[in-house]
Design a protein around this ligand. Structure first.
Ligand code: HEC
Length: 194
């Protein structure tokens, strides 16, 4: 009796597998077959890349309105180039308190991001200059390629330089957020006095 049952179960299993293979193999190869809970695939909400008749341009992903500022984003409306550099120099001031903590943070960031070229003391003798990289001018004794002595560089000029870079120096905007940039500016002012 038990043996009979075993065969029956085995037989039913073989038939089930054969039938399901038959049913699925005959379908269009690109089809996903029968979908379980199709609402998960065909939902009501629009996908970002989907056409959308509710908007004028027919797209779902819309640009934010002009002038939108993301939460927590700090504007710096001084374009790259000499004009923005001079304008930032005249208008932008460091609003961050000069404290031991902020200076220490600025020093740590400077050592990490700037000292490889500018040197720990800002004398333009960082490690890479010993391997052929053009040495930057000393903050205290050199002259800026954009005119004037390095020791007279203003808040705005240093902040603008960190944000955009200049010539062989790249932008540090993606490594340093605005607060961190101001801490570094603070520390560069200290190096200008050495
Ligand atoms: C890859 C090397 C390199 C790194 C890293 C680097 N700089 Fe420079 N920096 C230079 C060079 C080279 C110059 C001179 C560019 C020129 O005027 O042609 C320069 C110039 C400057 C100037 C003078 C700008 C002016 O108006 O003349 C400032 C200020 C400055 N760097 C700040 C920084 C700070 C702050 C950091 C770190 C966040 C940094 N730099 C990281 C290479 C570097």
């Amino acid at each position: 009796m038990l043996a009979m049952n075993k065969f029956k179960i085995l037989g039913a299993a073989v038939i089930t597998v054969t039938v399901s293979l038959f049913v699925t193999s005959c379908k269009d190869k690109r089809s996903t077959g029968w979908e379980y809970a199709p609402n998960m695939y065909e939902h009501i909400a629009y996908d970002p890349d989907q056409k959308n008749p509710n908007f004028k341009d027919g797209k779902t992903a819309q640009l934010p309105p002009k002038g939108t500022t993301p939460v927590g984003f700090v504007r710096f409306d001084y374009p790259n180039g000499n004009e923005g550099y001079e304008k930032a120099s005249a208008e932008v001031k460091n609003m961050m308190a000069i404290t031991d903590k902020n200076l220490a943070d600025g020093k740590a960031l400077f050592i990490t991001f700037c000292a490889p070229c500018h040197g720990a003391e800002g004398q333009g003798d960082g490690e890479v200059t010993k391997h052929g990289f053009p040495p930057p001018p000393s903050y205290s004794k050199g002259n800026s390629s954009r005119g004037g002595a390095m020791k007279d560089l203003t808040d705005g000029k240093i902040y603008h330089t960190i944000t955009y870079g200049v010539n062989a120096m790249g932008s540090y905007a993606s490594q340093l957020n605005p607060d961190e940039r101001w801490k570094v500016v603070m520390y560069v002012h200290h190096l200008q006095t050495l």
